[in-house]
Design a protein around this ligand. Structure first.
Ligand code: TH1
Length: 895
């Protein structure tokens, strides 16, 4: 611990322990107080953002009360805690969630009347906290909500990036990236903790086995209270900021070299400056590793320090702490926990290993090879020499521990093949012997020639495999440290392997994904510890993703069920099923959808200028832009749709089913093809939306800057949503769950959580198409001489190449990526799935003509998918991995 000079003990108080403002003032008075004193705006010029700030600070004070009480209670009861280590937390806005989770919605609505405002409008004054890329970061945020709502003692640990996910703009038909300075207006949701600081070292060398860092920064904590839903439990998200040592050490600063201090500050600032904008792709930059180590080290030091306040013996740590690693990004935790236990707390290697492997668990979120983190030994050894040494030791112990297993495997394989080979070799040897005897009889010259021939033959002969070599080769496939298959000679640390070896549990995020990681990614680890591998199907919080983003639908559900308990217990949604058969209920369900479509149409007009009708089907495709997610295939299908509409007679057009197709999603700034996909969608929209012959029959909209808040607006308006990744590539997907819960039908492949949504909803109610995951490898092989293109597909691509949508040269390599054997060769198999995709699209049009049946299905979706509540997911983690329990036997939890 760096600083404890703030060890002031507060005199015990009778009532609250807060700053004394909130509990004494009612909601209305506190807003007024904040408006006047904190944001300094008098009532008359309370511009929306100032009103937002005042309301937020007023809520903040109430949050702090709940937070302090919970944390004090947990400290007293000392239950096992779960620490969710994640490089990303995609929180979005906080106000609406906090007010409603604290059950203060009514009071704030009432108080705001005075300002002629409603909470919904005021809430738009808040900037999204976008400290994450996409699904993985949002999952972490949903998990925090569920942990608190289930009264589980849990904290999130991450990085307080000063710039979150970039803001996406559109300029000249292309994506542009703008900085996301989300702290611009201050942040009422965080509490700075200058009293909680830890040193984190980098670089340097090992001197007598001891690490002497060459650079040090200070990690300073910021706490973000996480209110549970209608419970007093308020969890914590602790985010770390980096300070230069001179920033806190005033004396050294004054005595020292000013410019050196400034340089140190610049370097420290760099660590927490910006979130890497890559979703499910790796960028092996040293700064990224620095970020990972920075937050992991601070979090582990913090946890150990708090543990030691109450316990002496670190052997008990596994009974009090579990670290869940959100993908491999925090995997250096395995080495850092070892280092802290051994170097800082004097434990033996073996004791430290026993503790570490009882405390750490790992969630895998992807099987995409380009996302699996592998750090060059060279980089790790330079940045973290002691950790590299520990990883080498971990690896060598690991390989020693399995040598017996591997040897037995090799022996079994050899026994089968060697007997055969040996027989052949013996026969050949006999022949050669005979040849020599015969040559000897013929004289010196013949003998010499025969000897030469024999020795050549012997040299060329296949040697019976040498067991030791085979064992060595096989062991390499288990090794955490491996040779780079592209850059020979470079050694890499496979972080996923380190995570598996260092964890007591490893899980995937949907049923199919958890199977694929066992068969394709970690099969050799499954041999050794089959019991370590689990599935935990993802989930989403129904608070944010249904109750709060769709209050109209929620009111209808609550009315039908006669209770709002479904917000807490999502299984109750199943009771909606009979209402699908009620025509009057269906009409009201449709009315809500219509209302949400109207709100989205308004947003589309604001953001793009396009006027879209609310009559057509709203078809939504929102997620990060990626080749594997196949927005490109959707775009090609829309070109075909456009072409068909153009070729129709007016009578035919009158019968066509109109659609508004909305895309949203960011392309990583360095992801070349993804940016071209965005450009293609924008270009298609430009042509189609301005074609007077088409009118309302088809609109193609790219809504810029898709983020959590946009999603809250878009998802409730969806009638159909697209989840069309190449089978086997999308680990789970989570927006599919949000759409289903909001009554949007799904068109999708048999991939990720789509499969389980199908099982819950009934596959007959989804529009499923495409090849299956287990066919992919063979199909990719076959593509080497593939020629079976659907004529609609070819014609659509032809339109791109011939410039119907402008810039044909710009799109040339995008087209080539799916048509040219040497330039991508359609790795994600768009051509294979196109025809069945179009069939599914036709079925959608057909069903939409029958609005009663469509609405019936929509209700069935909401009723069937309570399983995908993150409360269920977290309950499973708690029971099956973490072994943590809600604090029971107290009336403290519930209001
Ligand atoms: C996503 C997966 O792609 C998605 O299928 C899944 O639903 C989600 O995680 C939550 O489990 C991933 N996001 C990332 C981001 C990075 C690296 C790997 C993944 S996998 C930076």
């Amino acid at each position: 611990k760096v600083r404890s000079m703030l060890d002031i003990s507060f005199p015990p108080k009778e009532e609250d322990t807060s700053n004394g403002v909130a509990p004494k003032l009612g909601v209305e008075a506190s807003i007024e107080h904040e408006l006047k004193y904190r944001v300094s705006a008098n009532n008359t010029d309370a511009r929306p953002v100032k009103l937002y700030q005042s309301v937020a600070w007023s809520v903040h004070d109430r949050l702090v009360d709940a937070f302090d009480q919970t944390q004090a209670y947990w400290k007293e009861k000392d239950p096992k805690h779960i620490y969710y280590l994640s490089a990303e937390f995609l929180m979005g806005r906080t106000l609406t969630n906090a007010v409603n989770n604290l059950d203060l919605g009514g009071e704030y609505a009432e108080a705001l009347k005075k300002y002629g405002a409603d909470l919904e409008t005021v809430a738009t004054g808040e900037l999204d906290a976008a400290l994450g890329n996409g699904g993985l970061g949002r999952l972490a945020a949903c998990f925090l909500d569920s942990m608190a709502s289930l009264d589980l003692p849990g904290w999130g640990y991450g990085i307080r990036y000063r710039y979150g996910m970039f803001k996406q703009g559109v300029k000249d038909g292309l994506q542009v990236e703008l900085p996301d300075y989300w702290l611009d207006n201050g942040n009422p949701w965080e509490i700075r903790r200058p009293e909680t600081q830890f040193k984190v070292g980098f670089y340097g060398s090992l001197e007598d086995g001891k690490w002497v860092p060459g650079e040090e920064v200070i990690a300073e904590a910021y706490d973000v209270p996480i209110p549970g839903y209608k419970t007093k439990t308020c969890g914590n998200l602790r985010l770390w900021d980096a300070l230069a040592p001179e920033e806190f050490d005033l004396e050294a600063f004054n005595a020292g070299d000013y410019s050196k201090a400034v340089e140190q500050k610049r370097r420290a600032d760099g660590i927490t400056a910006v979130l890497y904008p890559n979703d499910a792709t790796e960028e092996g930059k040293e700064l990224r590793l620095k970020q990972q180590f920075f937050f992991v080290s601070a979090s582990l030091q913090d946890t150990i320090a708090r543990y030691l306040e109450q316990h002496k013996d670190l052997a008990g740590l596994p009974d009090k702490a579990c670290f869940q690693m959100n993908d491999t990004h925090p995997t250096i935790a395995v080495a850092e926990l070892m280092r802290l236990l051994i170097d800082e707390h004097g434990l033996s290697y073996d004791d430290a290993w026993a503790i570490t492997t009882k405390c750490v668990a790992y969630t895998n979120h992807t099987v995409m090879p380009e996302a699996l983190e592998k750090w060059p030994v060279r980089v790790l050894a330079k940045l973290l020499p002691r950790h590299m040494q520990l990883i080498e030791q971990i690896n060598s112990n690991w390989l020693d521990s399995i040598t017996g297993h591997v040897t037995a495997k090799v022996e079994a394989e050899l026994a089968a093949s060697d007997a055969e080979k040996q027989k052949k070799a013996d026969a050949a040897a006999e022949e050669r012997k005979a040849a020599l005897v015969a040559a000897e009889a013929k004289g010196e010259e013949a003998l010499a020639a025969a000897k030469k021939m024999v020795s050549e033959e012997e040299a060329a002969e296949e040697k019976p495999a040498d067991k030791a070599t085979l064992v060595e080769e096989k062991l390499k496939t288990y090794s955490i440290i491996q040779e780079n298959q592209w850059t020979k000679g470079e050694m890499l640390v496979n972080m996923a392997y380190l995570a598996v070896v260092g964890s007591f549990a490893v899980n995937g995020v949907a049923a199919i994904h958890s199977e694929i990681i066992k068969t394709d990614i970690f099969p050799h680890f499954v041999e050794i510890f089959p019991e370590r591998f689990q599935n935990k199907t993802n989930g989403v919080t129904l608070r944010r993703w249904l109750a709060y983003c769709n209050p109209e639908l929620s009111a209808l559900i609550t009315e039908a069920l006669g209770t709002d308990e479904w917000v807490r217990d999502a299984t109750l949604l199943a009771k909606l099923k009979p209402f699908a058969e009620d025509a009057a209920f269906r009409a009201r369900w449709r009315e809500v959808k219509q209302q949400k479509k109207k709100a989205l149409a308004e947003r589309i007009r604001e953001q793009t200028g396009y006027q879209v009708s609310t009559e057509p089907m709203y078809d939504i495709h929102v997620k990060r832009i990626h080749e594997y997610k196949r927005q490109y295939m959707n775009a090609i299908s829309l070109i075909h749709r456009y072409k068909v509409l153009k070729e129709m007679t007016p009578e035919q057009r009158a019968k066509a089913v109109p659609r508004v197709v909305v895309f949203g999603g960011k392309a990583a700034s360095a992801y070349y093809m993804a940016k071209k996909i965005v450009a293609l969608i924008l270009s298609i929209g430009e042509t189609v939306n301005n074609d007077p012959e088409i009118g309302d029959l088809l609109k193609v909209v790219f809504l810029p800057n898709y983020n959590v808040s946009e999603a809250e607006l878009i998802i409730p308006a969806a009638e159909i949503s697209q989840h069309i990744s190449t089978a086997g590539t999308e680990a789970s997907g989570t927006s599919n769950m949000k759409f289903a819960l909001n009554g949007a039908l799904i068109i999708g492949t048999l991939d990720g959580a789509n499969i389980e949504i199908g099982e819950n909803t009934g596959f007959e109610n989804l529009f499923i198409f495409g090849v299956k995951a287990d066919e992919i490898n063979k199909l990719r092989e076959d593509r080497k001489n593939f020629s079976d293109y659907d004529p609609r597909y070819t014609a659509a691509l032809q339109m791109v190449s011939s410039g119907v949508f402008g810039r044909p040269e710009y799109f040339e390599d995008l087209v080539a990526s799916i048509t040219d054997m040497n330039r991508g060769n359609d790795w994600f198999l768009l051509a294979n799935d196109f025809a069945s995709y179009m069939d599914a699209q036709d079925a959608i049009d057909e069903l939409y003509r029958d609005q009663e049946e469509w609405t019936r299905r929509s209700i069935i979706y909401t009723a069937s998918n309570g399983f995908f509540s993150s409360d269920r997911t977290i309950d499973q983690y708690a029971r099956e991995i973490w072994n943590v329990w809600r604090l029971e036997g107290s009336d403290y939890q519930r209001h």
